[in-house]
Design a protein around this ligand. Structure first.
Ligand code: SF4
Length: 471
């Protein structure tokens, strides 16, 4: 059984007095105006979703939000640990707050998320950045009011990175960033221990939300007019595993699909070892589930997949893709790929290239391997030079660009349902079912609406289209 611990309503209610005390503190401190928070999120959508909860809690404390750090009374960085480069950026961005804090002593600086869940990082921030007030990890998000109140009332810096693994907290308030696209976390944590990945160490073991809680939230989103709901989890395909409720991911999709309304269901991220044929049969039978599937393959070489502890093979991955296309002919795929995993040879890399050609992805999220302290891969021999890895990386992105260009050229003349998402200069950008962006002319009042769009032209980086009708 999964080691899930539900945070009880009483435990959540116990946070309310802290929220109220913070509210009163700022009312006294900033007579005549509400405090402002600047919240910056790094990394994946799971972090974006966590930030929406942190904003929800801040809003209950009386905070408004600003996009300008200089205006803020509280700055919160929700950090990511997946790549070294992202961590370096956080160190730089936090360091840059030193002067602001000097000018504005009441400024509260908070760091949370996966990066600071790592003890050596939390320690570095605590020792080297004395102007940071609160460092809190991923397992204590629901206790944010209590922790912040402690910093304020005790006038003491705090670090809270316990490994209270297995928590699920329902009922934390949310301030959503989007008005027509919503993130809906269905699970948290990961059991897979891919050898390059830090996530299982900083997010803990897999635990799934109760299906009724997920459905209630989904119904609420549809009732509020959300047009797209993205189900989130580190490995959504293993939703429900080990939980007493017995609802697995295909069944959850079927239940959400049955909610009345005009909306699209997306989900991320999937793991090829847990994406079953039943899942693709379910997609085929559920008209609201997106035909775009993000299925990270990471490497086309069986030897490297084994070293990565991915627990599928190139052959089983390709068989899954073939099956998916046989039951969902209009399905499209995107993927994540790592170049330069320790010990990868030119031959291994060429197997990755050939897999890319064989599948024909819409697009790829490509990364050069980044060692993460504490993971098995970080201590594996890595003889390939950084320059060679960069050259392989360029070769791979060039291949994908050629394949993408062919694919987008074939889309010219097709009419598809698209969600109009944003303004881009004098144009609007709409997202097609396979996650590709098409630029159209239209009034900004159409943002958030579905439209039938005909693709008229494929330029190197963007599709051009025209709106046929607004739905
Ligand atoms: S499946 Fe692998 S890569 Fe994905 S979060 Fe889990 S350990 Fe990391």
């Amino acid at each position: 059984m999964a080691n899930t611990r539900m945070i009880t309503p009483e435990e959540l209610a116990a946070q309310r007095p802290f929220t109220a005390r913070i509210h009163d503190y700022y009312a006294y401190l900033l007579t005549g105006r509400s405090p402002l928070a600047y919240v910056r999120t790094y990394g994946c959508q799971q972090n974006v979703s966590d930030s929406e909860k942190l904003k929800g809690m801040l809003a209950e404390m009386g905070f408004g939000f600003t996009e300008t750090p200089d205006e803020a009374d509280l700055i919160l960085f929700n950090t990511c640990a997946v790549r070294e480069h992202a961590e370096d950026r956080v160190f730089g961005n936090v360091g840059a707050l030193k002067n602001l804090k000097r000018r504005k002593p009441h400024l509260m600086i908070v760091l949370c998320g996966c990066m600071v869940q790592q003890e050596h990082i939390a320690e570095k921030f605590y020792k080297s950045y004395p102007f940071v007030n609160l460092i809190c990890g991923t397992h204590v998000l629901y206790r944010f009011p209590e922790l912040l109140c402690g910093v304020i009332e005790e006038q003491k810096r705090k670090v809270a990175i316990p490994t209270e693994d297995g928590n699920i907290a329902e009922g934390i308030p949310v301030v959503r960033d989007g008005t027509f696209k919503a993130w809906l976390p269905i699970m948290n944590g990961c059991n897979n221990f891919c050898t390059y990945c830090i996530v299982p160490y900083v997010r803990g073991r897999e635990r799934s939300r109760d299906p009724e809680a997920v459905l209630k939230e989904a119904r609420g989103l549809v009732a509020q007019g959300y047009k797209e709901i993205t189900l989130l989890g580190q490995n959504v395909n293993s939703y429900g595993k080990g939980e007493a409720h017995g609802v697995d991911f295909p069944e959850l999709l079927r239940r959400i699909n049955a909610i009345e309304g005009d909306f699209l269901i997306r989900f991320m991220t999937s793991h090829p070892k847990d994406a079953t044929k039943e899942l693709f049969d379910t997609i085929a039978s559920c008209e609201k589930v997106s035909r775009h599937f993000h299925l990270p393959f990471q490497s086309g070489s069986n030897r490297i997949l084994k070293e990565m502890n991915r627990r599928y093979t190139r052959e089983s991955y390709l068989e899954l893709i073939r099956y998916a296309r046989s039951v969902v002919p209009d399905i499209s795929f995107t993927s994540d790929v790592i170049v330069g995993f320790p010990g990868e040879t030119r031959e291994d890399f060429e197997e990755t290239l050939s897999l890319i050609e064989e599948v024909g992805y819409v697009s790829l999220f490509t990364f050069i391997y980044s060692p993460r302290e504490g993971t098995p891969a970080a201590v594996m021999p890595d003889p390939v030079s950084a320059e060679e890895k960069v050259a392989w990386f360029r070769e791979m992105t060039a291949l994908q660009e050629t394949l993408s260009a062919k694919r987008t050229a074939a889309m010219v003349g097709k009419t598809m349902k698209a969600l109009i998402e944003t303004e881009a200069g004098a144009f609007l950008e709409a997202r097609l079912p396979d996650n590709v962006i098409v630029r159209v002319e239209g009034d900004p009042s159409l943002i958030g609406r579905h439209a039938m769009v005909t693709v008229t032209e494929a330029r190197s980086w963007i599709l051009i289209g025209k709106i046929e009708s607004v739905l």
